[in-house]
Design a protein around this ligand. Structure first.
Ligand SMILES: Nc1ncnc2c1ncn2[C@@H]1O[C@H](COP(=O)(O)OP(=O)(O)OP(=O)(O)O)[C@@H](O)[C@H]1O
Length: 287
């Protein structure tokens, strides 16, 4: 289901102009990442899709239908939403958290549980966690439950608001990898909010770099943005102007290679040795 923002503006009651005349087409079955600094309006944009926030002017369309005409509760039940702190119900077991929306949609208890177990498998959660409470899980496991819950009603659209922001870097990379795998299989229309450049480059089919007021600085594929940043703002935000965005690889004891960035920040593990085992450039020199 494609999503279109048309000249959308949001001014909050206190006068904050969070979003000003924002327009964007989000194609079906792809992942679009909204990338920008804190306060630039990313969450506001995301929440306008499921009517947790209504625009002051302009419209948001899903499949050419203005969401303003949809009943908010029904709309939210057919759109998956994952937030930073998973947003799980603390007094309900993992399995019941995942089954919440199907149950609200009238699916029988048995069928909802079966579906919840299927989803645990899809997101890589061990079944033994099903009867635990969210507080008994690690941050990464909680986020997996959050993703499973968002997928439970088989929505076409998945909204993800900094879903991996609160977990440690290695778990974050693992969750990103899982999400990529899930997306290859399920092909949802995803809008993913982050301020992390590497995360955006890893997950986005389309990246939207935003300035304050949700002003679009650039829209493009990861490659287009890295190779041809629209201006100094984008280059700076991506860290392309100060140094070459260099990745380095070193062999890993158990096989495979660790990849890290120029500052030594680990990015992930790959199976194949990089061709010359030397630093890999992700972008051309900009100076
Ligand atoms: N309910 C609200 N009332 C008033 N101002 C708000 C409200 N929600 C957000 N804002 C303001 O709107 C602007 C955009 O906020 P928003 O949360 O959309 O940004 P963001 O890019 O998602 O930021 P972050 O990454 O910090 O979550 C900010 O200046 C914020 O303070």
């Amino acid at each position: 289901m494609p999503i279109d923002f048309r000249q959308v503006t949001k001014t909050y009651d206190d006068g904050t102009a969070a979003v000003q005349k924002f327009s964007l087409h989000i194609p079906s079955h792809t992942a679009t990442v909204l990338l920008g600094s804190s306060g630039c309006g990313k969450t506001t944009l995301l929440r306008m899709v499921n009517r947790m926030v209504d625009p002051t002017s302009g419209s948001v369309l899903i499949d050419d239908e203005d969401v303003a005409r949809a009943a908010p509760v029904a709309l939210r039940r057919r759109i998956g939403y994952v937030m930073q702190n998973a947003g799980l119900l603390p007094h309900r077991k993992v399995i019941d958290n995942i089954a919440t929306v199907p149950r609200l949609n009238g699916v029988s208890r048995g069928a909802a549980k079966r579906r919840a177990y299927e989803l645990m498998e899809i997101v890589g959660l061990d079944y033994t966690l099903a009867l635990k409470y969210p507080g008994q899980l690690s941050g990464g496991q909680q986020q997996r439950v959050g993703v499973a819950r968002a997928l439970a009603a088989d929505p076409n659209i998945l909204l993800m608001d900094e879903p991996f922001g609160a977990v440690d870097p290695l778990v974050r990379i693992e969750l990103q990898r899982e999400l990529k795998r899930i997306q290859t299989e399920l092909r949802k229309t995803i809008i993913f909010v982050t301020h992390d450049v590497d995360e955006a480059l890893t997950l986005g089919d389309q990246i939207v770099v935003l300035k304050k007021g949700a002003e679009v600085a650039q829209v493009g594929t990861p490659q287009e943005i890295v190779e041809n940043p629209a201006d100094q703002f984008v280059a700076q935000f991506l860290g392309l102007d100060s140094q070459r965005r260099t990745l380095s690889a070193r062999p890993r004891a158990g096989g495979g290679w660790f990849i890290s960035d120029a500052r030594g920040k680990p990015l992930g593990v790959v199976d194949q040795a990089p061709s010359d085992q030397a630093p890999i450039d992700r972008a051309p020199e900009t100076d």
